[in-house]
Design a protein around this ligand. Sequence first.
Ligand code: SAM
Length: 266
Amino acid sequence: MPTWQKFLILPKIIRLARHAPKDRHTAWDRYWAGITATGEDSEVLWDSGSDSEFLGYKDTLLHYLDPRRSIVDAGCGHGSFTRALAGIFPRAIGVDVSEHAVARARSESRGIGNVSFDVRDLTAPGAGAALAAAGFVDDGGANVFIRGVLHVLDDDDQAALVENLKTVAGSGGTVFMAETNFQGNPLEYVSHLGATTHGIPAPLELAIRGLPMPGRFGPDERQRVFPASSWELLEDGDVAIRTNPVTGVAGQDRVPGYYAVVRPLP
Ligand SMILES: C[S@@+](CC[C@H](N)C(=O)[O-])C[C@H]1O[C@@H](n2cnc3c(N)ncnc32)[C@H](O)[C@@H]1O
């Protein structure tokens, strides 16, 4: 779409974004409370409805993360990745600040014995220690998986969350992250995700209407919040984050992203 046409979408985006609650936790919980479908025909923007993205991570997870340790899925949403992780780790624990997300994750995980969920703000001081006290962290630490969460937090919240991840990982756990790293302005981002002058796909509209504006998370941000003085970088690179294939337009369901595997230094 030519740039001038993209600008025609702007007033609608601004109108929609005005509805988003200012308090981020309220925004997330209200968003999840309104979701009625996930997986195939999902209303969730970052839900591709398939395990293809996870399968692309599997070899890296098995290579670097201790397969005898539990894994905490930080900011698990409706738990699709938590359930996939439970297939390769002895225990998977999904943690999310939204009660409605966790309720949905629990109900979608019925019958899977090695999955648990916990409602918790992972930016709160002491959240990592509290997870351990609640029995969700193995002696010596648990692995951590985090997808699509750091890029929705501001700098202070990123730092606070990473402090908690450090506690969870302890001396034996390893952290795997995958985040969107779109190099463009918000208008280019919503256009990439399928917004046109004719309309905005419903999952995108729900996100714009309800959620804080996302940022990007790539190598520079990773170096800032997982500094080399405290974290060893084991591997990183580019990745495609799969989103809702709602428009059927080729490439619209893949957002340029970044992944990294890090471990706390002793
Ligand atoms: C873009 S969604 C990604 C969900 C899931 N990781 C996935 O990839 O399907 C971001 C998630 O982070 C959660 N979240 C946001 N802030 C959080 C916080 N401070 N503590 C825990 N979870 C948080 C939101 O409720 C939401 O479910």
